[in-house]
Design a protein around this ligand. Sequence first.
Ligand code: SF4
Ligand code: MG
Length: 280
Amino acid sequence: MPTQVHDRTTFSTDRGAPWCRGCGHADLFNVLCRAFAASGVRPTDVVVVTGVGCSSLITFQLRSYAMHGVHGRALPLALGVKAANPDLHVVVAGGDGDAFSIGANHLIHTARKNPRLTYLIMDNQSYGMTRGQPSPTDVHGTNHPLNALGVLLAAGATFVAQTASWRPDEAEALIGQALSHPGFSVVNLLSPCPTFHHGEGIDGAIGIPLVREIGSEHDVGDRLHALSVAFAEGVPCVGLLYRVERPMYALTEGSALAHEPWKETAILETVLDEHRVVWT
Ligand code: SF4
Ligand code: MG
């Protein structure tokens, strides 16, 4: 039987794109489809889990399994999917608000535990779906911006990269590397929101913002140097910032829910009973 060849259209439905003209998320959706195709996975082996927001609309565009979750809770949902079937390629996607505001608690503890998940954060420094309020990564407002890469490095993510929607080849390559990483891999993807987010930074007046490439002299296993690159003044850095291997979080081994938990409701009920709270 001939080997099936996948291309971008394998993973893309023919529904019309739901994003505004010029939105970086549309470009990143195409990049993700290309990265999936290049990695050799089949749509039936992939589950994409999102939170809520403009970026999370990719679940409705993908030709794969997908779960559109609730705001900020994509990571625990994804962990549940991975625990139920560790053979699946589970990719989490969402926006900067989802990742670094309401979902920040989940993000730092997932990074610390290092499960085999890939997280793609489409960072436009704003809440586009609710008309552009500043998110924690916004660099224009009066609040001090959160350094996305610094948080990921400090929390213990074992693969940290950043690129942008206007650098599609680099984005495809970094997402491909993230998909094959044995641990928690995160790619922060700068993605303009031309409808609501204006000013310097990722969607400046000239349209294409400046970035600085992480030099080849940087050792991707050196976390302290990676932090210094992440916190350096000036325009955002792009490239692979950090990659190491360490033991992955065992999602099922030794767990009462190991192996086909959907058939083990009795065990589940026992576990739930153990944690029951009785009000008196
Ligand atoms: Fe994209 Fe902004 Fe439009 Fe949302 S509001 S689809 S983030 S351009
Ligand atoms: Mg956003």
